[in-house]
Write a protein that binds this ligand. Structure first.
Ligand SMILES: NC(=O)c1ccc[n+]([C@@H]2O[C@H](COP(=O)([O-])OP(=O)(O)OC[C@H]3O[C@@H](n4cnc5c(N)ncnc54)[C@H](OP(=O)(O)O)[C@@H]3O)[C@@H](O)[C@H]2O)c1
Length: 238
């Protein structure tokens, strides 16, 4: 039986992905700060979900969580970092910029690196990060969010490279959603995809061990445009 660990499973993509994994036979450790939401998920299938209430910005507790799970579980096949925050922040409010960096950069790096070490020791494993199409360029409405997603995407690419030269069999997947219908979809949105459809595409990409994938597929087009459009034009649209 396979085990998965999802950071940010109390809502949105993480929660939906946990459901798909359980339906596919996984046991899933679900984490997040909102204990009540996690307990509600647990109630739907108590044998298959294990709840760990956890704030990713508490870096020490992230190390402890990995220690705990390496004792409690025989193996950990899949780790998904779906925790994230984002704000439209035209005024560059420091609290919002700071919590975005703490959650999407510092805490993500802690989880990514602990996961990589865990898999090296175990000999195999699959790490999935959820960056964004936002990783490709800057944005004047949400500077910290877009920059944090660029960090995640580049860090995941670096880990993919490290995985290639590791003795262990380590798979790294960077999921790059456009707009998905969750609390996270920021500001003026378009092509907002239903959560269930999007998460099915995410799970398919995980099963195929994709290195990087845009969700939904049509966001490949936006990805292409973002890579070539000059900043002098892009700033008018962001
Ligand atoms: N929806 C979109 O349009 C979209 C597009 C591109 C990328 N993404 C990315 O997809 C990921 C998942 O977001 P979502 O759309 O599913 O939104 P969501 O429903 O708001 O989920 C965010 C998750 O992050 C968790 N989280 C936030 N701060 C945390 C903290 N300090 N400690 C632990 N967990 C924390 C939340 O759990 P608690 O509040 O319970 O802690 C929640 O489970 C994010 O990284 C987001 O940037 C989403």
């Amino acid at each position: 039986m396979k085990n998965a660990l999802i950071f940010g499973a109390s809502s949105g993509i993480g929660k939906e992905l946990a459901k798909l994994l359980v339906a596919d036979g996984y046991s899933v450790v679900i984490t997040g700060r909102r204990v009540q939401l996690l307990q509600e998920i647990h109630k739907t299938n108590p044998d298959k979900y294990l709840v760990k209430v956890h704030d990713v910005t508490d870096l020490e507790s992230t190390s402890l969580l990995f220690d705990e799970l390496s004792c409690e579980l025989k193996q950990l096949d899949l780790i998904v970092y779906s925790s994230g925050v984002g704000f439209i922040n035209d005024t560059l409010n420091w609290e919002q910029e700071h919590v975005t960096i703490q959650t999407n950069v510092v805490a993500a790096t802690k989880v990514y690196s602990l996961a990589f070490h865990f898999f090296e020791k175990q000999g195999y494993g699959h790490l999935v990060g959820i960056s964004s199409v936002a990783s490709l360029r800057g944005n004047k409405a949400a500077p910290a969010y877009f920059a944090s997603k660029a960090f995640q995407a580049n860090y995941l690419e670096s880990l993919w490279m490290k995985g290639k030269s590791s003795k262990a069999s380590i798979t790294i997947t960077d999921i790059r959603p456009g707009f998905i219908d969750t609390a996270m979809a920021l500001g003026i949105t378009f092509w907002k995809a239903p959560l269930v459809k999007s998460t099915k595409q995410i799970y398919r990409a995980i099963k195929r061990k994709k290195r990087r994938v845009y969700i939904t597929k049509r966001w490949n087009l936006i990805g292409f445009v973002l890579k070539i459009i000059p900043s002098s034009i892009l700033y008018r649209f962001t």
